[in-house]
Design a protein around this ligand. Structure first.
Ligand code: ADP
Ligand code: MG
Length: 164
């Protein structure tokens, strides 16, 4: 099932991502999709906060393919595949990204679709789309039972939070 969240500011996107970050487990994979400026890195900043990291640690890694952050509850591997467009499975293998996915940390992967198919089977796909300057729609598509559960908890927690 696909779930949609509407946000009206970067802070709101980060707040959702932070709640998600608090629910993640070792080896979790979050795939991020959306045009340039949609808010993928913004979302990773929120994830970082939810893992107990400082959001300022997260930057848009133009030249860095992988940035590792170890100060939180779990390691965060922030991966940006933008430069891998059109790369083949062997090339991705050479970079060793797959090792991060089976690791003890959380992998947050921007431009997830540049990953060759079948490298990852279980993950949460987050697709961000523009509505206008400050509004975005976040589409959450869980792949695998663990992620189904997490999305249910996330949306349940948020609606309770809104009521109080
Ligand atoms: P991407 O990594 O997808 O290229 P960034 O996260 O680097 O995008 O940039 C998103 C930009 O959009 C930031 O400047 C952010 O402040 C702005 N923005 C405005 N509204 C939102 C929103 N609701 N959610 C996320 N980002 C937003
Ligand atoms: Mg980015």
């Amino acid at each position: 099932m696909i779930h949609e969240i509407h946000t009206s500011s970067p802070e709101e996107t980060q707040a959702w991502a932070a709640q998600l970050g608090a629910l993640l487990f070792p080896g979790a994979v979050i795939g991020l999709e959306g045009d340039l400026g949609a808010g993928k890195t913004c979302f990773v900043k929120g994830l970082a906060t939810g893992l107990g990291l400082n959001e300022d640690e997260i930057s848009s890694p133009t030249f860095t393919l992988i940035a590792e952050h170890y100060r939180g509850r779990l390691p965060l591997y922030h991966i940006d595949l933008y430069r891998l467009e059109g790369a083949k499975l062997e090339e991705v293998g050479e970079i060793g990204i797959e090792e991060y996915l089976a690791g003890q940390g959380v992998a947050a992967i921007e431009w997830f679709s540049f990953f060759p198919d079948s490298v990852v089977n279980n993950y949460l796909l987050v697709t961000l789309a523009f509505v206008n300057e400050n509004e975005r729609v976040l589409k959450l598509t869980p792949h695998g039972e663990q992620y189904e559960q997490i999305v249910k908890i996330l949306l349940g927690v948020e609606s309770k939070r809104r009521v109080t």
